[in-house]
Design a protein around this ligand. Structure first.
Ligand code: 13P
Length: 252
C-alpha cells in the first residue's frame, strides 16, 4: 500500500483577510487534485470559517495550527479542537517547534493535544526536530526518538493509524537552510524505525512523514523524490501563491 503524499502550508501568524483571500483564490485557479495527493492549508484560527467557505468547492483541505488538549471550558485564549473541527478542519498541527520553544509545550502536552485531535477523528501532524546545538553535539537522533516515543507512550494502539509526523529541524526553519534531501531521508527512516519499535510494522509503513524547514520551489522536487519523504510542511513559501503552486506541482 503506497502512502499518501501531503503538502501543507503553515501560514503561522501571517496573512490578514485580503491577503488570505488572494492566496486561496490563486491556489484554486491553478491547482487541481491529483491521485494520492492531499493539499492542506493552516490559517490563523479567526480565519478558519472564512477559508472553509472559500474552499467549499475545492480539493484543498483545512487544518488548525494549535488547539487545546481540552474540548471546551475555562481556558481563556485557547482554541477548542472541537470548534476547529466544526469550522471544517480535518488536521491539526501539534508540537511545532515554535509552540515547544516559545510557549513551553512539553512532549507530554504535545502528546495530549495529538490524542484529543485523534479522539475527535482529526489527524494530528506531530512536529519533531532538533536544534542546531543538538545536531552539532550529535544528540539529534536521541532528541527525535524521545519526541516520537512520547506520542506512542500516550496514545493507545488503536489511535496510531491516524498519526502523521513532520520532521522539522529547527535550524532549517525560516533560515533559508534546507536539510538536504539525503539528510531528511535519513532522519525520516530513523523516525519510521522508531515508530516500528513503539507500535507495529504496518503502522510504521503507513504513517506519512513530512519534511519542513525552508522548503522552496527549487528544493521541493528533490525532497519529494526520496522514498521516506511523504510530503512537505511549508512555512514562508506557502504565503506566496506562485511559490506554493510550484511546490505542489513538484508532486509528479
Ligand atoms: P519555513 O518554510 O518558513 O522555514 O517554515 C517551516 C515551518 O515551520 C513549517 O511548519
Amino acid at each position: 500500500m503506497a502512502r499518501e503524499t501531503i503538502i501543507a502550508g503553515n501560514w503561522k501568524m501571517n496573512l490578514v483577510l485580503d491577503q488570505a483571500w488572494e492566496l486561496i483564490h490563486g491556489l484554486k485557479q491553478e491547482l487541481s487534485g491529483k491521485k494520492g495527493l492531499r493539499v492542506v492549508v493552516f490559517p490563523q484560527a479567526p480565519l478558519l470559517p472564512l477559508v472553509a467557505d472559500w474552499l467549499e468547492d475545492s480539493f484543498i483541505e483545512l487544518g488548525t495550527q494549535n488547539t487545546s488538549s481540552q474540548l471546551q471550558g475555562a481556558y481563556t485564549g485557547e482554541t477548542s479542537p472541537f470548534l476547529s473541527q466544526q469550522m471544517g478542519c480535518r488536521y491539526g498541527l501539534a508540537g511545532h517547534s515554535e509552540r515547544r520553544e516559545l510557549f513551553a509545550e512539553s512532549d507530554k502536552i504535545v502528546a495530549s493535544k495529538a490524542q484529543t485531535l485523534v479522539e475527535l477523528g482529526m489527524r494530528p501532524i506531530v512536529c519533531v526536530g532538533e536544534s542546531l546545538a543538538e545536531r552539532e553535539a550529535n544528540q539529534h537522533e536521541e532528541k527525535i526518538k524521545k519526541q516520537v516515543q512520547a506520542i506512542y507512550q500516550t496514545l493507545p494502539k488503536e489511535q496510531h493509524k491516524d498519526l502523521i509526523f513532520a520532521y522539522e529541524p529547527i535550524w532549517a526553519i525560516g533560515t533559508g537552510k534546507t536539510a538536504s534531501a539525503e539528510q531528511a531521508n535519513e532522519i525520516h527512516a530513523l523516525i519510521r524505525a522508531e515508530i516500528q519499535s513503539q507500535s507495529v510494522e504496518l503502522i510504521a509503513h503507513s504513517t506519512p512523514i513530512l519534511y519542513g524547514g525552508s522548503v522552496k520551489p527549487e528544493s521541493a522536487g528533490e525532497l519529494l523524490k526520496k522514498s521516506e519523504v511523504d510530503g512537505l510542511l511549508v512555512g514562508g513559501a506557502s504565503l506566496k501563491a506562485k511559490d506554493f503552486i510550484s511546490i505542489v506541482q513538484a508532486y509528479p
